[in-house]
Design a protein around this ligand. Structure first.
Ligand code: ZN
Length: 272
């Protein structure tokens, strides 16, 4: 099934836009060609999805993020709206098993926050949800990302986590361990839409890349950008730190597509 998509897509020119890998499973991305007379709007539930033009009229590509909680073999439906017509396309996702990870934290408040902490956590959650839910217009030059930090990137995306033996949400990004002060760069151009010092995330920055693609960088020691600023692919945004819920200096990098946290490594595709 994956090969078929690949063949379909390789025959299309996307005005030079490099696409992420097709990975039809929880935490992955569906990259699918659709054919409609005019450019459609495509949705999964209430979420609008990224649709890209190709050089062939009537041919478009949908790039849809799949949430980590999405069950394999359960139908994943795309609603394709063109003028007043509506059609559905159903996918059955591949199974993907993520490993378990046990983490011990000495700071018990970061595992069992106080009532006052919870108030702060909830307001920060709202701010990050708002940033991650953005869907702003964009004409991409590329979707090929560069590494935010020049280190090997671990395979800990999606791991089912236990903090001091208590089950917590799965790991929705990748961790990049590096010494405090190591530069962090924007993997793709965009706008700094949110930033601050959060209880769990520490010093955090959110970049809106457009069409539902938003990325976040946590536990930073220093910011080099301001809210509202535009940044270019490869531009320094700040430095690695160990703020928030951490066991050592690293950056937690999360990539959200249509509100679903997906594996950032799927965007490491070579720029031609
Ligand atoms: Zn992390």
């Amino acid at each position: 099934m994956r090969k078929l998509f690949f063949l379909l897509l390789s025959s299309l020119s996307l005005m030079g836009v490099v696409l992420p890998e097709n990975a039809p499973f929880a935490g992955g991305i569906i990259v699918q060609e659709i054919n409609t007379a005019h450019k459609p709007k495509v949705y999964h539930g209430k979420r609008q999805l990224m649709v890209l033009d190709t050089e062939k009229k009537g041919h478009y590509v949908v790039v849809a993020g799949i949430g980590l909680s999405q069950k394999a073999k359960a139908p994943y439906k795309l609603r394709i709206v063109e003028a007043k017509k509506e059609q559905f396309h159903t996918f059955y996702l591949e199974d993907k098993v993520y490993k378990k990870q046990y983490i011990t934290l000495k700071n018990k408040r970061k595992v069992n926050p106080t009532k006052l902490d919870m108030k702060r956590i909830n307001s920060e959650k709202k701010r990050s949800h708002t940033a991650l839910a953005l869907f702003t217009p964009q004409k991409f030059e590329t979707l090929s990302m560069v590494k935010p930090v020049d280190v090997n990137i671990s395979d800990d995306f999606g791991k089912r986590r236990y903090f001091n033996n208590k089950p917590r949400r799965p790991h929705s990004g990748v961790d990049m361990p590096a010494p405090v002060g190591t530069p962090i760069v924007a993997p793709l151009g965009g706008k700094i839409v949110e930033m601050g010092e959060f209880f769990f995330n520490g010093n955090v920055i959110f970049i809106d890349h457009g069409l539902g693609l938003v990325s976040m960088y946590c536990h930073m020691s220093k910011f080099d950008v301001k809210k509202g600023q535009m940044v270019k692919r490869g531009q320094k945004i700040g430095e690695v730190g160990q703020t928030g819920r951490v066991t050592g200096p690293h950056v937690h990098w999360g990539v959200s597509l249509n509100g679903a946290m997906v594996d950032p490594r799927l965007f490491f595709v070579k720029q031609k």
